[in-house]
Design a protein around this ligand. Structure first.
Ligand code: FEO
Length: 164
């Protein structure tokens, strides 16, 4: 059985993951509006992955006899000043999520909740990947500067996500 404190903290994280999904779907819609179809696709896949993250925690709570309670999901932004700004926002958001996951891992350790610690280990590793991927894309944007051709090339590259 999971403690009430851990249960509440994991419910908060479910909400944060669902917000991430909502945020990335909003970013996908932004790219659709700019005809950057590859980036829209990349963000759509990212949004799906965030829902899967929420479901991992959901399942953990259910399996441990905890209660899943869903809360309101805040509205994400709808506009950004440029495609590059969107990916910079992704990187900042993922850094924030990493901080949340680390806090949860600290809580699990202090509660000696080994099952939650084990589940959270997957998220700790995943966050390293998430930040590295976003940082790499931001770096590519910096390299291409104002090049429209470069932007279209990057759009094509990001559109290949899920096809390799
Ligand atoms: Fe669920 Fe992008 O971290």
């Amino acid at each position: 059985m999971i403690s009430r404190k851990m249960e509440a903290a994991l419910n908060e994280q479910i909400n944060a993951e669902l917000y991430s999904s909502y945020l990335y779907l909003s970013m996908a819609a932004y790219f659709e509006s700019k005809s950057l179809d590859g980036m829209a696709k990349w963000m759509g896949i990212q949004a799906d992955e965030e829902r899967e993250h929420a479901m991992r925690i959901y399942k953990h709570l259910v399996d441990r006899g905890g209660r899943v309670t869903l809360k309101e999901i805040a509205a994400p932004p709808a506009e950004w000043k440029s495609p590059q700004a969107v990916f910079e926002a992704v990187l900042e958001h993922e850094k924030k999520v990493t901080g949340m996951i680390h806090k949860l891992a600290d809580l699990a350790a202090s509660e000696k909740d080994h099952a939650a610690s084990s589940m959270l280990k997957w998220f700790i590793d995943e966050q390293v990947e998430e930040e590295a991927t976003a940082a790499r894309i931001v770096e590519h944007f910096r390299m291409l500067g104002d090049s429209r051709g470069g932007l279209l090339m990057l759009d094509r590259e990001l559109g290949e996500r899920g096809e390799k």
